[in-house]
Design a protein around this ligand. Structure first.
Ligand SMILES: NC(=O)c1ccc[n+]([C@@H]2O[C@H](COP(=O)([O-])OP(=O)(O)OC[C@H]3O[C@@H](n4cnc5c(N)ncnc54)[C@H](O)[C@@H]3O)[C@@H](O)[C@H]2O)c1
Length: 112
């Protein structure tokens, strides 16, 4: 594997999902992940407000939208899950999953 800046030549792209389709996801996290398109493939978005998840997916060209994390994790596996929900929901919504990376917009969710 050869590292060229942030790009890893010869590696498959990181398969990512975003949980939460609200303000911070739309304004910051989704655009940032899409900007890293050589390294990251953003394939799914989940929000308990499924209509919002669908609208956001359509707006940003994300192929799948889910209304629950249980459903999303039962159907797909991800390398990276970007959590954009309030701290009160963050721990719960990722219970039982173990992606390689788990960034979160709020440090409380991962105990930091
Ligand atoms: N907005 C900001 O500028 C900002 C800045 C720094 C940190 N944050 C952090 O990000 C969090 C989210 O901010 P926001 O402005 O996007 O809030 P928001 O209310 O606009 O969006 C949160 C979304 O999460 C969804 N959600 C909640 N629980 C869920 C669950 N269990 N499963 C799936 N979806 C769920 C909600 O339906 C909502 O659409 C904040 O609570 C804060 O911790 C926000």
């Amino acid at each position: 594997m050869e590292l060229v800046g942030w790009e890893c030549v010869g590696m498959e792209r990181i398969k990512a999902a975003v949980i939460g389709s609200g303000l911070i996801a739309q304004a910051r996290h989704i655009p940032a992940l899409l900007e890293m398109k050589r390294e990251v493939s953003l394939v799914a978005i989940c929000d308990k407000n499924e209509e919002l998840a669908r609208k956001t997916a359509s707006q940003f060209g994300i192929s799948k939208a889910y209304g629950s994390t249980t459903e999303m994790f039962s159907k797909e596996k991800f390398d990276l899950i970007d959590i954009c929900v309030p701290p009160s929901s963050a721990r719960r919504c990722c219970g039982g999953v173990n992606p390689a990376w788990l960034p979160c917009d709020d440090g409380e969710a991962n105990g930091t």
